[in-house]
Design a protein around this ligand. Structure first.
Ligand SMILES: *Cc1c(COP(=O)(O)O)cnc(C)c1O
Length: 463
């Protein structure tokens, strides 16, 4: 029997409402769910091991499976007590804006493809430069991740430096090109190394800049720079949250004619918070920066931005209008990697519009205060604090290597909170990162109580 258009529309709306109701149920339970899914929930994932269906199934049933087997097996990073990495939750307005934009299903390549996406992303780009106080003439591409955004910035950097040597990168590529040197922090994020590797900068040829005990590049030991060098700096080291000393480093780089790129995946947001802004002094002197929305700004995945001071250089490198024609610097497809793309700037716009400068500053400063509170409490509970937190990261350990690992396991199994392990100075350590807008002071109480209980448990066993 043929279904009528109205019947099909009814079904579609019903399905949307069903999804909405399930999402609402999920959101209202994030404070109670085990933060890391327990073994029973993980076993239910076997329900997805079905053969590829031959024929048509039911959309309603597909959604039901997704929710019933899927939701309980989530890591509750959209909750208040997930302290792993710098994951961040999703602010309600960001989730809501994303939902509406997904109904639009825009291909946000250019104004021609989507006038609305083009407009909103232009506003989002302008606001991003204002709140991060970066050169207002910069080009901004909203991409999938800090990793992909790094790829964009570093490819622009290389093409420009080669261009200055008279090398036409677009026509000649890399075969026989003059060598471009790359200087990176000893503690550069793995994704910066990955982007460099993908671009063909061999890992053994990278020049490592030594860092001090807090993980900042030491200006006194900065390797030599020249006009054929890309210097990669960092705003927010993942373990300590520390910032490279931008002022002296960028001054040296500018004198040498080098290109300076800054990885500010989460740390760049310190610039939007008066109490932490000092950490970023001089950062505006760099040539390119990346940051994530999906971490500290609490927007959904995949939301990140690459920012290049020289917008024309960015558009020339990322040009997808036509090779050798001048690219419009107006279109996202000419500033970032993707051609067909979703309007990733929309949730970022929605958060900036709703929180405003004051709200973003408050979010960042609140998380930093919570991290400071945790850092202050840990030594009294018998934990070893490994450095004073610069930002929202707390690095610590407990007793031996084995005890440190076991402590993480005990907290994970409690279901009350989650944080991950890391390696610091060659030894296992633990890292708590405060980055969810949902985290309250009571959640920090629960975290500290959970840590204390886990410690007591370990102590009893070792007696
Ligand atoms: C998370 C992170 C990255 C990578 O970001 P993605 O968005 O996951 O690609 C890069 N650098 C730092 C410092 C990070 O914390």
């Amino acid at each position: 029997m043929q279904r009528t258009a109205t019947e099909e529309q009814q079904d579609e709306l019903q399905l949307q409402r069903d999804a909405e109701a399930r999402a609402a149920r999920y959101i209202s339970s994030v404070a109670e769910m085990p933060v890391f899914p327990d073994a029973a929930a993980r076993r239910q994932l076997a329900r997805f091991d079905e053969p590829l269906p031959d024929g048509k199934g039911s959309a309603k049933n597909t959604l039901a499976l997704l929710d019933e087997a899927g939701s309980p097996a989530t890591t509750v990073s959209n909750g208040p007590r997930y302290f792993g990495f710098v994951i961040g939750a999703t602010l309600p307005v960001a989730a809501a804006a994303q939902r509406l934009a997904s109904a639009w299903d825009q291909c946000a390549s250019s104004q021609k493809n989507s006038p609305v996406a083009d407009k909103i992303e232009k506003v989002a780009a302008k606001w991003l430069l204002e709140i991060l106080d970066l050169p207002r003439e910069s080009g901004v591409a909203f991409g999938t991740s800090a990793t992909a955004s790094t790829l964009v910035c570093l490819s622009v950097a290389r093409r420009e430096l080669l261009g200055k040597r008279g090398w036409d990168f677009d026509s000649m590529g890399l075969q026989g090109a003059p060598e471009i040197k790359v200087v990176v922090s000893e503690l550069a994020h793995i994704t910066v190394l990955k982007a460099l590797r993908i671009l063909g900068f061999g890992q053994t040829r990278l020049i490592k800049a030594p860092v001090d005990s807090d993980g900042r590049i030491d200006p006194a030991r900065l390797p030599a720079l020249d006009a054929q060098t890309i210097l990669c700096l960092q705003a927010g080291e993942v373990n300590t949250g520390s910032f490279d000393p931008f002022l002296p480093l960028i001054e040296r780089a500018k004198k040498a004619g080098a290109w300076v790129h800054v990885d500010g995946a989460f740390g760049l947001w310190a610039r939007a918070a008066p109490a932490k802004r000092g950490l970023t002094s001089g950062i505006e002197g760099a040539d390119s920066w990346i940051t994530d929305g999906h971490k500290w700004l609490n927007t959904p995945y995949d939301g990140a931005a690459s920012i290049c001071r020289d917008r024309d250089a960015m558009a020339a490198a990322m040009n997808s209008d036509a090779v050798y024609s001048t690219a419009s610097t107006e279109s996202q497809k000419n500033l970032g990697i993707e051609f067909s793309r979703s309007a990733r700037g929309v949730p970022i716009w929605a958060v900036l519009r709703t929180l405003g400068r004051a709200g973003v500053a408050e979010l960042i400063e609140r998380h930093c205060s919570m991290a400071a509170r945790i850092a202050k409490a840990l030594p009294d509970l018998g934990f070893e604090l490994l450095c004073e937190p610069a930002l929202n990261q707390v690095l610590f350990r407990y007793g031996t290597e084995a005890q440190t690992r076991e402590l993480q396991q005990l907290v994970e199994r409690s279901g009350k909170a989650w944080f991950g392990g890391t390696v610091w100075n060659g030894e296992p350590a633990l890292r708590i990162s405060v980055s969810s807008w949902r985290t309250s002071d009571q959640d920090i109480d629960i975290l500290l109580n959970t840590l204390q209980a886990a410690r007591d448990n370990l102590d009893r066993r070792s007696q």
